[in-house]
Design a protein around this ligand. Sequence first.
Ligand code: GRF
Length: 214
Amino acid sequence: MTMPGRSSKRARVGVLVSGRGSNLAALLGDAAREDAPYEVALALSNRPEAPALERARAAGVTALGIDRALFTGRLAHHLELLRLLREHGVDLVVCAGFDQILVPAVVEAYPDRILNVHPSLLPAFAGTLHAQEEALAHGVKVSGCTVHLVTAEPDAGPIVAQGVVPVEEGDTVETLSARILEQEHQLLPRAVRLVATGRVRVEGRRTVILPPNP
Ligand code: GRF
């Protein structure tokens, strides 16, 4: 993958959000560190009222809510998101609590350069907005989160990183979700750094994580 990462330029990250934005906040915090190989250049939401946008603005990042209702369909809506990503010079896209499946035109515009965070150990509980609830209902003893590259099929792209958490006796959807979310906040910035520094090589449906530059 050719990212600007192996040079000294910081990758420009565009974050797609739909709601609360705690993962976006984790990225903003990480990007503020001196050694961060990326900056958050833009936050885009399909929901103008998403609290995530305020978090980005508070950090001085351009944050735009692009209302789906103003477009004739998902394709036109997502092409506008793509136009804005390009206009802001975005190198790498992160879906952080983005509740829509990206149209193929967007996926193809950023091959192996779109990350998604999903609150399960994929491929378990893929393609659902209720992964934690389904994990509990299934009776799994461990769960966690996955950061993967986005391909045409939802939650099915090559895995970059996973974090595991135990399922405790008496867990509710809320307690399990909170434990997983804490992991997401660690894992997502780590995965973005890996991609931003060109350390993720895609081989078929696997990724190979390359060692850091000496
Ligand atoms: C996270 O659990 C993420 O895995 C899922 O949606 C949630 C978003 O949370 N895709 P937040 O908006 O980042 O707080």
